[in-house]
Design a binder for this molecule. Structure first.
Ligand code: ZN
Length: 288
């Protein structure tokens, strides 16, 4: 079980950044709308690159002022805030960290990795982050440093372009893999799983999460029309719905799987503070 006192050490990160940068003053002098307008006009003057980072930091500091409070805590960025933001097509209240953008599943992951921080004792380690979430990239970079590699087939922000069913790394290359909410988009998810198994070291670990939206896994490769996929699989670019039996599919290449849910390791105090419900994602923690 994870305890609140173990998490509280994060507080200094955000609190100190306000003091060091004078963000409070800047936040009152420059409303967000003026900053956005100023950024647009700077584009036409060709000054974007030199001033963009200043404006980005100013916006960040503004948020620290706007959401200043102690009611919520984000274990991904270490920020305290008075509330989380609503998020989603059918908006979920209390869903998104106003500072780093972390959603419930990202915050649950950070709590889980805090609980298992012994996984990071051995250094250096190589980590593969597939379809990198913007909020998690700095989080993983901080842990894995030069061993961090992000990969995606379509996202140009990722470090390498990679097809998950044809991973261009040798056997036993990575100590850690994080692949979340990806396989529901992949036609041959079994091939992807066998590739993840191949490139993971024998003493490595992988977290391979998918949205569980069905009683049992349901797929039909003849459904290719985005509208029909949306109706059947919940999104136009999804190729199946997964059920809790997903863990059987992970086991096929040889993974040993542990399924962890919020209530397994998070007490009510942390759950409320971190803004999690009992219906958050299952973590599929895989070893060889
Ligand atoms: Zn955050």
């Amino acid at each position: 079980m994870l305890y609140w006192t173990e998490l509280y050490y994060h507080e200094w990160q955000v609190e100190n950044s306000i003091k060091m940068t004078g963000g409070f003053l800047l936040g009152h002098l420059f409303p967000v709308t003026k900053i956005v307008r100023l950024e647009r006009s700077l584009n036409t003057l060709g000054l974007r690159n030199s001033i963009k980072s200043f404006l980005r930091n100013t916006k960040k500091r503004l948020k620290l002022v706007l959401y200043r409070g102690k009611k919520r805590f984000c274990p991904v960025c270490g920020g305290h805030s008075r509330k989380f933001l609503s998020y989603g097509i059918n908006p979920r209240v209390d869903a998104q960290c106003p500072y780093c953008g972390a959603l419930e599943r990202h915050r649950l992951l950070a709590l889980f990795l805090k609980l298992r921080e012994y996984l990071f004792e051995k250094t250096p380690q190589k980590m593969l982050h597939i379809a990198p979430e913007q909020c998690l990239e700095p989080y993983f970079r901080d842990i894995f440093r030069d061993g961090y590699i992000s990969a995606d087939l379509h996202n140009p922000q990722a470090m390498i372009k990679m097809d998950i069913t044809d991973i261009q790394y040798s056997k036993h290359f990575f100590d850690a893999i994080y692949c979340s909410h990806v396989l529901e988009h992949v036609d041959d998810d079994r091939l992807a799983l066998s590739e993840l198994y191949r490139v993971l070291k024998n003493d490595g670990w992988a977290i391979i999460n998918v949205p569980i939206t069905s009683e049992r896994t349901y797929e039909d490769p003849t459904i290719v029309d985005p509208q029909e996929r949306k109706e059947k699989f919940g999104q136009g670019d999804h190729v199946r719905r997964y059920g809790p039996d997903f863990h059987q599919r992970i086991k096929e290449p040889g993974f040993i799987v542990e399924m962890i849910q919020t209530e397994d390791f998070v007490d009510d105090e942390i759950r409320n503070k971190v803004g999690l419900s009992l219906s958050n994602d299952t973590i599929f923690f895989c070893r060889k």
